[in-house]
Design a protein around this ligand. Structure first.
Ligand code: AMP
Length: 425
């Protein structure tokens, strides 16, 4: 089969590696890809939002399946456009990607179908939002309704902070994504990321992970796209796993089918393990980054038949095998990220790191210079994945990989996985 992966991050590098390893794959392309993806796929300089060019490329290259990594193209309808042109694509259509594209839509689905989540109100004016905040008091959570690259959420500890968040979001900080707000109850507990593969009417578990959103050690500093992750989440017992599938994932898939928006693709649930059981914080409609990197490191089965079964509505007869080991990913970012940072540093030691046992080096913001050397070309630049019998061993492997690199312009957190270690818990 001839495959095209859309995206350019560590997530897409993990997907490309896994797909390229499939005996069913004859060719893998990635648009636009990055310096590391180029080792396993042919990178093509296509804009993920330029659908006509994408369709022309797929026809020219006789692409059998397009796998979409990021949310932007999904919410904008890339799967609708490709399928309408007769090109098979893995991922939700725009109507189903609304689970990520509109937080208010998701909350309404939860309310209508009894899916456990916090109390909330959708607001289209600042006056309405502030009245709800005054009624419910702080702490409280204020969110832009639409896509805001993970930055549209404020967990406000005081009423003043909550009101300021309303003004910031409605003042246009996130453009049209902030034209509507969701104000919601703060959920208390341990947070996990839970993934399910869905085919429109069935869902199977894809594993769990926990990530680290803050830039610096001790979960301090500004929010980022994610500085590291590990899988599986130790809090997730088999009983909790079954409860999440029964009370959250299956009801959502059934609800979306009933609404005439069947969900096909990866359903990524941000969950809070509260005293009264798992509750939904939010949905994403694709793999997480860096969660995908650790999920793929644990997946024993061939990924491609699973994606095809999801696209073809055949997951009821499908089963995935997982390695018993744990995986942990440390993200290396350019100094200054998530603020301003420099591009163009040469990164040394990549082969040395990748040659270490149980270490994989995944690229995100990198590019290959004309002399073949790899240079930093983004905020989050590399993901070093370690595997081992438990999270502690996976972490040791990942940091051995980090220490083999030669990149003075980069930094990483030194405490990824702390919550999963005996002393952390
Ligand atoms: P979201 O983009 O909705 O996942 O929000 C980003 C982060 O804010 C989440 O990963 C949580 O850590 C936190 N958060 C969002 N909503 C809530 C909530 N209702 N209660 C507690 N924490 C929340």
């Amino acid at each position: 089969m001839r495959l095209l992966v859309i995206g350019s991050g560590g997530r897409e590098h993990a997907l490309c590696r896994k797909l390229a390893a499939s005996p069913l794959a004859d060719a893998v392309f990635c648009a636009p890809g990055n310096g590391g993806i180029a080792e396993v796929a042919t990178c093509v300089p296509l804009d993920p939002l330029a659908f006509p060019e994408m369709i022309a490329f797929c026809r020219r290259e006789r692409i059998d399946l397009v796998v979409v990594g990021p949310e932007g193209p999904l919410v904008a309808g890339i799967v609708d456009a490709l399928e309408a042109a007769g090109i098979a694509a893995f991922g939700p259509k725009a109507a189903a990607a609304a689970l990520e594209g509109s937080k208010g839509f998701t909350k309404d689905i939860c309310a209508k179908y009894g899916i456990p989540t916090g109390a909330y109100k959708r607001c289209t004016s600042a006056v309405e939002a502030k009245a709800f905040i005054a009624e419910n008091s702080a702490p409280i959570v204020v969110k832009a309704d639409g896509l805001a690259a993970g930055k549209g959420v404020v967990v406000a500890l005081t009423i003043e902070e909550a009101n300021a968040a309303v003004d910031m979001i409605m003042g246009g900080a996130f453009g049209t994504a902030g034209a509507e707000l969701v104000v919601e109850e703060l959920l208390d507990g341990e947070e996990i990321s839970y993934f399910a593969l869905c085919d429109g009417s069935h869902a199977i578990p894809l594993g769990s992970a926990q990530d680290h959103k803050r830039a610096y050690d001790g979960d301090r500093g500004p929010n980022t796209g994610g500085m590291g992750a590990y899988a599986p989440a130790p809090v997730l017992t088999p009983e909790l796993d079954a409860e999440i599938m029964a009370r959250i994932i299956h009801p959502t898939v059934a609800a979306m089918a009933k609404e005439g928006r069947p969900f096909t693709g990866v359903l990524f649930a941000g969950l809070m393990m509260t005293k009264s059981g798992p509750m939904l914080i939010e949905y994403n409609t694709r793999f997480g980054d860096p969660e995908c990197q650790v999920l793929m490191a644990r997946l024993q089965s061939d990924l491609l038949p699973a994606l095809l079964a999801a696209r073809d509505g055949a997951l009821d007869r499908f089963d995935l095998r997982w390695k018993a080991e744990a995986a942990l990913c440390v993200v290396m970012a350019a100094k200054g990220y998530p603020g301003d940072y420099a591009k163009g540093d040469v990164i040394g030691g990549l082969e040395r790191a990748a040659a270490l046992p149980n270490v994989a080096v995944l690229h995100a913001g990198t590019k290959q210079a004309t002399d073949g050397r790899i240079i930093a070309n983004g905020g989050r630049v590399l993901g070093i994945v370690g595997t081992g019998p438990d999270v502690a061993a996976a972490r040791t492997a990942a940091y051995a990989g980090v220490d083999a690199l030669d990149w003075p312009g980069g930094f990483c957190r030194r405490d990824i996985g702390w919550r999963a270690l005996p002393q952390g818990r």
